[in-house]
Each structure stands twice: as C-alpha cells, then as structure tokens.
Design a protein around this ligand. Sequence first.
Ligand code: NAP
Length: 267
Amino acid sequence: MNKTYRFGLLGYPLQGSRSPDLHKAALQAAGLAGEYRLYPVEPGDIKRLEELLAHLRNGNLDGLSVTIPHKQAVLPLLDSLSETAHAIRAINTIYARDGRLIGENTDAPGFIMDLDKQGVSGRTCLVLGAGGAARAVVSRLKTNDWEVTVAARRTSQAEALVSEFDLSGACRLDSIPQTNFDLIVNTTPLGMIPNEQSCPWEGDFPTGAFVYDLVYKPPETLLMQRARAAGLRTCNGLGMLLEQAALAFEMWTGYPANKDAMKRALA
Ligand code: NAP
C-alpha cells in the first residue's frame, strides 16, 4: 500500500501560514499522498510540544516545521542537531531517524539560495534584528564573505551575534550609522500583518542598496515601499520561504521538490 505522508507546522499564532500550500503542492507534484497540518502550540506549552514530538519519534508523523516562538525552545527536546542547526542554535525543521529526533535549519540555506536568485552582489550588509532568523541569515552571509553589521533594539542582543559569528559591528536599531551598505536585510517582524504600518528603517537609504525583507505578509511591506520609492531594488521573504520548505520536503520524503509547482501555489 502507498504511504501517506503526515507533516505539520508547530508555532503560534499560525493564521495565514503559507506552508500548507507549499507542502501540499510539493506532495501533489511528486505524486505522493499526504497532508500538512497546522499545530498551534502556545509559548511555553512544553507538554504539547513533547506530545507532538512523540508522534514524530514513533512514526505517526513524518516531519515537522517549526516557527515562532519555538525555534529555540524546542532544542532541549531533540536528540541531535545538524551541523548547521548546531552553529545557529535555532531550528525550523525536525525529522526522525531510527527513533531519534534530529533538528535542522533550512532557513539559512534557503535565505542564501534566494539571495543568489535575486542576483544580489556586494560586500557590506546590515541585518536588522538579532533573533532566530537573524542567526540563520548572518551565519550564511558570513560564510559567503559578507561584512555584516547587526542593528537591534537591544544592543546586547546584536553584540552577542557579533561575537558569536565574528561579525563587523553592532548598533541600535534607532541609531544606524550613515554607511553605504550594499544589502539591508530585515529580520524583525516590523511591517508584518497586523503591524503593517510599522517600519524598521527611518530616514534615507544608502544609494544602490538591495533591501531584502524576510516578512512576506503583506507582499510589499512599508520598508519595501519606501525603499522602492527611493529607487532601490527589493524583495520579500516568499522566495526564502519556498526554498526552506523545498529543502525540508526533500529531507522528509527523499523526493525532489518541484519548486515551480510550489511557486504556483503561492501565486
Ligand atoms: P524572533 O526570534 O522573535 O526575533 C525577532 C527579532 O526582531 C528580535 O531581535 C526582536 O527583538 C526584534 N523585534 C521584535 N519586535 C520588534 C520591534 N517592535 N521593534 C524592534 N525590534 C523588534 O523572530 P524570528 O524567528 O527571527 O522571525 C523574525 C521575522 O522573520 C518574522 O517576521 C518571521 O515571520 C520572519 N521569518 C521569515 C522567514 C521566511 O522564510 N521568509 C523565515 C524565518 C523568519 P527582541 O528580542 O528585543 O524582541
């Protein structure tokens, strides 16, 4: 009998998540039967996290995606981490091998794969925010030879990233130096529904910078609108979302993910 795959997403809140569309499209394009469910788990509900992880361990589930606020909270509940996840200390994908739970981070390769697709080049980058997604982003920028400065509302959080990943500098989000960055990456939730009127950037933009916003709800954030009005190239986080989901799908099933079908599902 053909296998029916069971995947899901752990996080809170999960309304409006695009992950089910992406994974259902990948399953369908690969000719596989399966489902991708949303599992809203409130912050701190370790009992519910353990229950869902037990389903993964005993084979009732085949793969879990993890999003805010559990990307770091779930680490102590896993048996091992991939090299990437270990370096970043945050995961977004879990699978089981021989009853052992393994944490992976596909945000990091997903981000850099999409950045390449955008045709972005340069040397200096400013990352806004210093949370879980920022850790994934700076780790890959660093290994791709970018000089990275981190701006966060808590300088201590930005400074921690600088020392951990050997970056160029840290500053406060509200006092960013007037430097000519080639790339600006927003990893804060500012601009995301329901706070679409908020923006992590005040004032003029560096000439010629590319603005990459990890937020994708709405498809054009206030940051992107302002940057576009200043003549800069921009993109939202949908490309990264697609790439990280494709990598997770391949890990869970062993089948190639049809990215064209996944892209159509997002349209
Ligand atoms: P996180 O771990 O909670 O980190 C968020 C960061 O933003 C922290 O540095 C936080 O600072 C800062 N921040 C939050 N609210 C802020 C505010 N009002 N003003 C200034 N700074 C603020 O979250 P995350 O997992 O990194 O996710 C961040 C964003 O990236 C979310 O919008 C998420 O949807 C998006 N994301 C997109 C993708 C994709 O595939 N496109 C993948 C991952 C994440 P404090 O610690 O001081 O709160």
